[in-house]
Design a protein around this ligand. Structure first.
Ligand code: DAH
Length: 418
């Protein structure tokens, strides 16, 4: 019995595994019978083996715990290091800021990686580590939002900065030859008391044809085939077209102004023409109109002579040839002596010594009446010329297309022209 008590005391002194002691104490008690001596030897052996195993298990547990604590501490260290990084975060531009957002807050970012590791943190440490992780995430989000706001509220003047612009100094352009000539024409007529009138390029038939005495089915309309914007089959006067001449501005002026009227109307006009060196689907005209009491053909002739001499030189001669326009009666076409050959005859004037520059005539009384002007009191003259034609004569541009090709080599030729 004393042996048994000793063994029991020995076994009970085993402090490694109190649970094992408990379980062993049951068979021990069972074997504490007079025939229990043998069993005690087995129990002794069993206890010895379990003691070795328990020691190994103990070491193993200590090792694992150390590893685990090390791991948890490293995780907290990582969070602290990231917290510091986030606090010190700066970005010079939006691209840098986006790179920071990706680094910390994207799906594969540093914070999400820690979140994945968080799953293996033991329950008793979850609260502490979780709080730290949340603090890191919120700080990173706040910092990025603050930096973004700072960029957006910054007036960088970026809106006005054109990054596509050449770094080289912008070349100074020149006035277009047609503008130069148009200005010269305006200047000459301004000195004779003419004002400038303007009108729309997209016009109705009423102002381009009907009020200018073109009957709805008159073949004269074919002389100026244009582009139709809107066709009204019931009422041709309501067709919307691109104006084929600046004479439409005469109509608009007379509709709104009572004589005396003395205007010139420069502007772009359109015709349905095949494009070649001598014709284009758009070109420029200057219209002239003078309405007053007692205006005669002599006045027209004198004004046109003065114009020709101012424009092409004082020895320029003019001649008027009878012609037809629906809105003038009588009508004429005016030639000037060829300023290239001085009237001797050259390829430009086709050997005639004369070149045609404009159409003109006395305003038809029907036109005056259609525009609300009393033809019994007032009379007037009108004329119209092509700016391209005058420019050709002045600068001998052989190909009309050059005017609209934007070739700077051609345009630079006129650098010294004003
Ligand atoms: N409008 C005419 C045309 O484009 C030019 C013209 C001729 C205008 C005679 C006039 C004029 O004012 O009286 O061909």
């Amino acid at each position: 019995m004393s042996v048994l008590t000793d063994k029991l005391a020995d076994r009970e002194s085993c402090s490694i595994c109190p649970a094992l002691r408990k379980t062993l104490s049951v068979p021990l008690r069972i074997f504490l019978s007079p025939s229990a001596k043998l069993s005690l030897t087995g129990q002794k052996l069993f206890h010895g083996i379990s003691k070795i195993m328990q020691q190994k298990l103990y070491l193993c547990t200590v090792f694992l715990c150390t590893l685990y604590i090390y791991y948890i501490l490293t995780m907290i260290d990582k969070i602290n290091a990231l917290l510091q990084e986030v606090e010190a975060m700066t970005a010079a531009n939006a691209e840098e800021l986006e790179a920071l957002r990706i680094k910390y807050l994207s799906k594969k970012g540093a914070i999400n990686e820690l979140m994945a590791d968080f799953r293996s943190v033991p329950a008793e440490l979850k609260k502490e580590v979780g709080m730290k992780l949340n603090e890191l995430k919120t700080k990173a989000q706040e910092k990025i939002a603050t930096l973004k706001e700072a960029f957006e509220s910054q007036d960088t003047g970026m809106d006005e900065l054109d990054l596509t612009r050449t770094a080289y100094p912008i070349e100074l352009g020149t006035r277009h030859p047609l503008t130069l000539v148009k200005n010269e024409i305006i200047d000459i007529f301004a000195r004779m008391g003419f004002n400038i009138a303007d009108g729309p390029e997209v016009e109705d038939d009423l102002h381009v044809y009907t009020k200018l005495n073109f009957a709805a089915d008159h073949p004269a309309r074919d002389m100026q085939d244009t582009f139709f914007v809107e066709v009204n089959p019931e009422d041709v006067t309501k067709n919307i077209i691109l104006r084929s001449h600046t004479s439409s501005v005469q109509v608009r002026t007379m509709e709104h102004t009572q004589p005396p009227i003395r205007v010139i109307c420069p502007g772009r006009v359109y015709r349905n023409e095949a494009i070649s060196y001598r014709a284009h689907c758009f070109f420029h005209q200057v219209e002239g109109l003078y309405i007053d009491k007692g205006v005669s053909f002599t006045d027209l002739k004198q004004v046109l002579l003065l114009f020709a001499q101012e424009m092409f030189g004082s020895d320029t001669k003019i001649r008027l040839r009878p012609s037809y326009f629906p809105f003038t009666e009588p009508s004429a076409e005016m030639d000037i002596s060829c300023n290239i050959c001085g009237g001797k005859g050259c390829p430009f004037c086709k050997g005639t010594g004369w070149v045609e520059i404009l159409g003109c005539g006395m305003v038809d009384p029907n036109v005056l009446e259609a525009c609300g002007i009393d033809s019994k009191i007032y009379s007037g003259y009108a004329f119209g010329m092509g700016i391209e034609r005058i420019t050709n004569l002045k600068y001998q541009v052989k190909d009309l297309r050059m005017f609209s090709e934007n070739d700077t080599r051609f345009l630079r030729e006129f650098e010294s022209a004003y």
